[in-house]
Design a protein around this ligand. Structure first.
Ligand code: ADP
Length: 164
């Protein structure tokens, strides 16, 4: 079975992330994508907690047997090993991502002694520039962020505003 790990912060998951998951699970590509919500020490502020994100992304893919959603405090390469993933999948929006992803891929290849390589996808054209950071910014400005995320996630964000 061809399994791939998709690690990230997903804070929140956008249509850009969803496009990467859709492409990785396309017929004859990967049998399963393990979406791993990991703690990113470089991103201190967290919009949703890891537990909230786990619950939300699980709900989003509850009818898709090719998507498993997990959380871990381990390094991506160790999570890949734990879930029998042959590779890591990441996404590229533009040149700044390319540099970062290239470094990360080489770091992960090194840490796994050459066993875990990274495959990068581009989101579908209309979602290519979507980012969690932009969604959080639009949200904090009180503007409409609903086109960037699934309606279920948009509702969760609205609920969050009501609870503040
Ligand atoms: P991280 O905190 O590890 O950067 P993110 O949740 O921000 O995690 O993103 C996870 C991965 O998804 C990264 O490789 C990121 O570049 C990619 N990604 C996010 N949005 C898009 C998009 N719109 N198009 C392509 N790749 C994307």
């Amino acid at each position: 079975m061809a399994i791939v790990l998709y690690p990230g912060s997903f804070d929140p998951i956008t249509k850009g992330h969803m496009s990467i998951i859709k492409q990785a699970t396309a017929p004859k590509l990967f049998d399963k994508v393990v979406v791993a919500i990991l703690h990113n020490p470089n991103k201190k502020a967290c919009f949703f907690t890891i537990e909230e994100k786990l619950e939300m992304i699980k709900e989003l893919y509850k009818n898709n047997p090719k998507v498993e959603v997990i959380t871990s405090i381990k390094a991506a390469v160790d999570v890949a090993k734990e879930y029998n993933c042959q590779a890591i999948v990441r996404g590229i929006r533009g040149l700044s991502d390319l540099d970062e992803e290239k470094q990360l891929a080489s770091f992960n290849r090194d840490l796994s002694r050459g066993k875990i390589n990274t495959l990068c996808f581009f989101a579908e054209d209309r979602y290519q520039n979507y980012s969690s950071t932009a969604v959080r910014e639009v949200y904090s400005l009180g503007k409409n962020y609903s086109k960037y995320v699934d309606p279920f996630i948009a509702q969760k964000m609205r609920d969050r505003r009501r609870n503040i």
